[in-house]
Write a protein that binds this ligand. Structure first.
Ligand code: GLN
Length: 313
């Protein structure tokens, strides 16, 4: 199947935007000034089809940091470089049911493996990035994510600087994994690269295209470039389904029925396999760190566009 006709998608995107724009629930992330200063009224929506069409509304071209939405794309690139089997064995793919930055998620798991959608698994994934030195590894990440977006992505220096000054918890997670033999590079280097990848700037439109690339078996529907293999995409969507919205991943799957990934700057990317990607941006978050309006709009559009993977028709 594919997305409904263009006029239907356009009308439903408008309906979602108008319906949820007045919602004022949630709070913008406040752990660094660069995020605390975000305008809570910003609200952008974009759907990109695997046929290259896109439907954008509101603040869909407003730049914000990708944060945790980088996780599925870096995992895809690492699987592509190393093979999905190795990535699975070294990082882990099970749900944690715990907050994104949980240390207990590591302690409670006998294998000390994780899911690449939570910080521990994401930092382990980033530690597997190939390259002779940190700058080569950074180029692998930035250029790879840029291929998913179909344009050159750049880091938000202000977000990066304040994240780097306050990422002690992620440094701790990296060291703990290292102690268990579950980190595959120097812990400081892995945390540094993870902090940089989180500070890359994107828009809701970029996220829709990046999501559509996963929906299209790894081919960017705008540039037509193959970024990763179809098999990688399938595995990435599986880990997004298990832990993409952290401890709310069960609620998400129950209501939306699609793999998604949130970021603490207010983005959510959702994939309708074979159909397209949805990017939503709205900074106010719920208690688990997921965009409130992003969840509402995605839930509405999944239902209205008939995208739920568990629906029989
Ligand atoms: N930079 C944040 C962190 O790892 C990203 C977290 C997120 O988006 N949930 O702490």
């Amino acid at each position: 199947g594919s997305l409904p006709p263009a006029e239907t998608v356009r009308a439903l995107v408008r309906e979602a935007w108008e319906h949820f724009a007045p919602v004022t629930d949630g709070h913008v992330a406040d752990y660094i000034p660069a995020l605390a200063e975000a305008d809570p009224s910003l609200f952008g929506l974009c759907i990109a089809g695997v046929d290259g069409r896109s439907f954008a509304l509101g603040d869909a071209d407003h730049a914000f940091s990708i944060q945790s939405m980088s996780k599925p794309f870096v995992f895809a690139l690492v699987c592509e470089a190393l093979g999905g089997g190795i990535a699975r064995e070294r990082v882990g793919v099970n749900a944690t049911g715990l907050p994104f930055n949980s240390v207990m998620a590591i302690e409670l798991n006998a294998e000390r493996t994780m899911n690449p959608m939570v910080n521990a698994g994401a930092i382990a994934t980033t530690s597997l990035v190939p390259g002779a030195n940190i700058e080569a590894k950074w180029a692998f990440i930035r250029e790879g994510l840029s291929r998913f977006a179909g344009r050159e992505l750049a880091m938000d220096e202000r977000v990066y600087t304040s994240e780097a000054a306050t990422n002690q918890r992620n440094q701790g997670i990296a060291r703990l994994l290292h102690g268990y033999g579950r980190l595959y590079a120097d812990p400081d280097e892995a945390t540094e690269l993870y902090t940089r990848q989180c500070a890359l700037n994107v828009t809701a439109h970029d996220m829709a295209v990046m999501g559509a690339t996963l929906a299209d078996g790894g081919v960017n529907p705008v540039t037509r470039e193959r970024v990763v293999d179809a098999d990688r995409c399938q595995r990435v969507l599986a880990v997004m389904a298990t832990a993409g919205l952290y401890e709310h991943s069960g609620d998400w799957l129950y209501e939306v029925g699609l793999p998604g990934k949130s970021g603490v700057a207010g983005g959510i990317v959702t994939i309708a396999p074979g159909k397209g990607g949805l990017g939503v941006f709205s900074p106010p978050l719920d208690a688990a760190g997921n965009s409130v309006r992003g969840q509402l709009a995605t839930k509405f559009l999944s239902e209205a566009l008939g995208l739920n993977l568990f629906a029989s028709r």
